[in-house]
Design a protein around this ligand. Structure first.
Ligand code: 5AD
Ligand code: SF4
Length: 453
């Protein structure tokens, strides 16, 4: 009988946000540390773990479908197991717990957002004893990032600084499945960052549902600006963070874009709506004017800062005038990128009981109009870089053309350039090369490496 992870293979399917992607890296780190081997496909995997998202209905439905369809995928012939172990964790695991095993009877393990570290022993119990093993906790006992990590890229790392959320935006399920906001002690954050820098990591992205309120629970007042100072002090080349709530973005943090060497000139600042009435109904606790004032301050400090945002179209009660205000705001700000979502009703949230009378087709029309505008403004924003030389952190070969390098500019734009003669994309991965931009498209820039260092 199999009683260790040696000779077992696993694969992880991840839905949703960067926090989930990072949690998947922790799961991979744990399994690999125990001797299991990560594989790409479900066919090759003895253990399949799903990191799930329930922020919108679409991801929810997809998960149930994907797990159900696994039933028909045979186990590899040389597997030490008699049956593939299927585990579901993350936000749907947290929300549905036991219920999942009732609907999906071939599911072996369910875990939640607060107990990633329990997954190996839940999987082992399922291997040894059979049956369903469900463990969902109400809250985290300690900050879960002291687990090993197996990162996707050697040169980039996600670093969670808070987990959970206290904001209770009226449409959002996150506070119910991720729990109350918990900050990680500054010393731990810095120690992890220092380990990354020593290992050659070039870019760190700080993660939290609302990084701007970092420290309120630990120190009585937000200390996000101090986190940025401390991270810059580690010598990291590039620093980014996500996500910021506009109500908590301070002048002190805005000022850091001017003073910190490593802080990249790009900010994701979700606005959700450009209408004060809708913002109030969403419980966002800022106004359109406040948001635009933040944009003005950011551009005073870094005139060409690249802004991105999230917008929900079709929130209950959104009128044509409310939508026009959102449309005008997007036009006015000129974002580099906008993630547009159609409102999705989530049971258990306050908005789920708000009256929603706008016809589906009207919402779709508004959404399509907004997407057209987003694309036109993103195209224009990228045009400003034609002729410029930008420092590109190379990720490897472009997926579409092996002769092209793909990487990220400081403003987080995707940049393509031919692989310089005598080099390969894989040897340049993780290095920063200067690229002269010749052409700008809606979602990427194209150019050539100017002097090969
Ligand atoms: N419906 C549609 N979009 C949502 N988001 C969060 N909850 C919902 C919902 N119920 C969007 C918000 C958030 C992003 C991560 O997902 O725009 O910023
Ligand atoms: Fe959800 Fe609002 Fe918290 Fe973001 S800030 S996770 S939208 S409740």
């Amino acid at each position: 009988m199999q009683s260790s992870f040696t000779n077992l293979t696993f694969c992880i399917r991840t839905f949703g946000c960067q926090m989930n992607k990072h949690d998947s890296e922790r799961i991979a780190g744990m399994f690999e540390g125990l001797g299991a081997l990560q594989v790409d496909t479900i066919e090759e995997a003895d253990i399949v773990a799903f990191m799930t998202c329930c922020v919108r209905e679409a991801a929810d439905t997809r998960l149930y479908g994907q797990v159900a369809s696994l039933k028909n995928v045979p186990l590899r012939t040389d597997s030490p197991l008699r049956k593939r172990i299927v585990a579901v964790g993350g936000c749907i695991g947290q929300r549905d717990g036991e219920k999942l095993t009732k609907e999906l009877d071939h599911l072996d393990v369910v875990f939640g957002t607060h107990n990633l570290g329990s997954l190996p022993h839940l999987v082992m119990a399922a291997i040894e004893e059979g049956g369903h093993h469900v463990e969902v906790l109400d809250a985290a006992s300690s900050f879960p990032t002291e687990l090993p990590t197996s990162r996707e890229h050697d040169w980039a790392a996600w670093l969670p600084i808070t987990i959970g959320c206290n904001n209770f935006c009226s449409y959002c399920i996150v506070p119910y499945v991720r729990g109350r906001e918990k900050s990680r002690p500054l010393e731990d954050i810095v120690a992890e960052a220092e380990r990354y820098v020593a290992a050659g990591v070039k870019e760190i992205t700080l993660l939290g549902q609302n990084v701007n309120s970092y420290g309120r629970d630990l120190y009585g007042a937000p200390r996000f600006a101090q986190v940025l100072d401390a991270l810059d002090g580690t010598g990291i080349e590039r620093l980014r963070f996500a996500t910021s709530h506009p109500k908590d973005l301070t002048d002190e943090v805005i000022g850091k874009f001017a003073t910190l060497r490593s802080l990249m000139p790009a900010l994701h600042l979700p606005v959700q709506s450009g209408s004060d009435a809708v913002l109030a109904a969403m419980n966002r606790r800022y106004t359109r004017a406040h948001y635009l004032e933040l944009v003005r301050k950011l551009r005073d400090v870094v005139p060409d800062i690249a802004l991105s945002t999230d917008i929900i179209v079709g929130f209950p009660g959104e009128t044509a005038k409310d939508f026009e205000n959102t449309y005008r705001l997007v036009d006015e700000v000129g974002y580099h990128q906008v993630f547009t979502f159609i409102y999705s009703k989530r049971e258990g949230t306050p908005a789920a009981s708000m009256e929603d009378t706008t016809p589906r087709e009207t919402i779709q029309e508004r959404f399509d109009r907004l997407v057209d505008l987003v694309q036109a403004r993103a195209f224009e924003a990228n045009q400003a870089d034609v002729g410029a030389i930008v420092e590109v952190l190379v990720e490897g070969a472009s997926k579409r053309d092996a002769g092209l390098l793909a990487g990220k500019s400081p403003k987080n734009q995707t940049v393509h350039a031919p692989v310089p003669v005598g080099k390969t994309a894989s040897e340049l991965a993780g290095t920063i090369v200067p690229v002269r931009i010749n052409e700008a498209k809606t979602w990427y820039l194209a150019g050539e490496v100017v002097n090969d260092r």
